[in-house]
Design a protein around this ligand. Structure first.
Ligand code: DGL
Length: 278
């Protein structure tokens, strides 16, 4: 029994779609969520910059006595393997669990992946899918306009703008004939209805659900589960103004979020880079 919190981080508030799934399956756990709202988006940045930001985000989370960490951001998850060994606590990124989920779901071996430009360029999902299912055919596409559209609440069927953009991005997947599509970005599960209207026969993989199952497995394996009598909690931290937190957090968590949120100066967690950069 271990009541220490679990750290969860993302480039912004999109990672709350992952947190929502974690809280659903692990109601006795305490979570500390950090959203780097001052530097979002990560998905259009270089590997070097994303890696630097991820290390700073981790440095902040490690100021709490966290027992495990969930990398909610798919963009950071795509490069997590390269820095994972820098940390001694167990970590869950969304790539391996959702690739496993997709490989177990497909029947025709044709799998689609959508994400930010950085995620797709990294080929992380594709590499993992082919490792698990060598005969799989994987078709990937970046869908960068989905992120700002979701953040502006353009998620509802009947909204002409999101429907037009989604048709353009997703029609190649119809031609490709995939039966499974990985929603490889924190924001995309909110477009579930829009996407399934365009790809009605396709199984959609929500990385938050896959990561939550993997977290349960890892906590059990390491004997880190909290006790089943305690009620879990969430503490929220962001790196920019907290003014519109409730509104955006409620959008991503799909429930009314009235919790308080604290602002963090993430620059204070630059560590050694501070000295190199001068
Ligand atoms: N959280 C990012 C992801 O899941 C999307 C937003 C961004 O580009 O930072 O890839």
């Amino acid at each position: 029994m271990d009541r220490r919190p679990i750290g969860v981080f993302d480039s912004g508030l999109g990672g709350l779609t992952v947190l929502k799934e974690l809280c659903r399956v692990l109601p006795n756990e305490n979570f500390i969520y950090f959203g780097d709202t001052g530097r979002v988006p990560y998905g259009s940045r270089s590997t070097e910059t994303i890696t630097k930001y991820a290390r700073q985000d981790m440095r902040f989370l490690q100021t709490f006595d966290i027992k495990a960490v969930v990398v909610a951001c798919c963009t950071v998850s795509s490069l997590w393997k390269s820095i994972q060994n820098e940390y001694s606590i167990p970590s869950v990124s969304v790539v391996a669990p959702s690739a496993r989920h997709a490989s177990e779901t497909t029947t025709n071996g044709r799998i689609g992946v959508i994400g930010t430009a950085a995620t797709i360029n990294s080929r992380a999902f594709e590499i993992e899918l082919k490792r698990l299912l060598p005969h799989a055919e994987v078709f990937s596409a970046a869908c960068p306009l989905f992120v700002p559209l979701v953040e502006n609440g353009r998620i509802h069927p009947g909204d002409k703008v999101i429907e037009l953009v989604a048709c353009e991005y997703l029609e190649p997947f119809l031609t490709f004939g995939c039966d499974t599509l990985v929603l490889g970005c924190t924001h995309f599960p909110l477009l579930w209805r829009i996407i399934s209207d365009i790809l009605p026969q396709v199984n959609l993989i929500n990385p938050g659900v896959s990561a939550a199952n993997e977290l349960i497995r890892i906590l059990k394996e390491n004997e880190l589960l909290s006790d089943s009598d305690s009620t879990g909690s969430v503490s929220y931290y962001v790196s920019d103004d907290t003014g519109n937190f409730s509104e955006l957090a409620s959008l991503f968590m799909e429930q009314n979020i009235t919790n308080s949120v604290s602002k963090v100066d993430i620059d204070e967690y630059r560590g050694e880079e501070r000295y190199h950069e001068g």
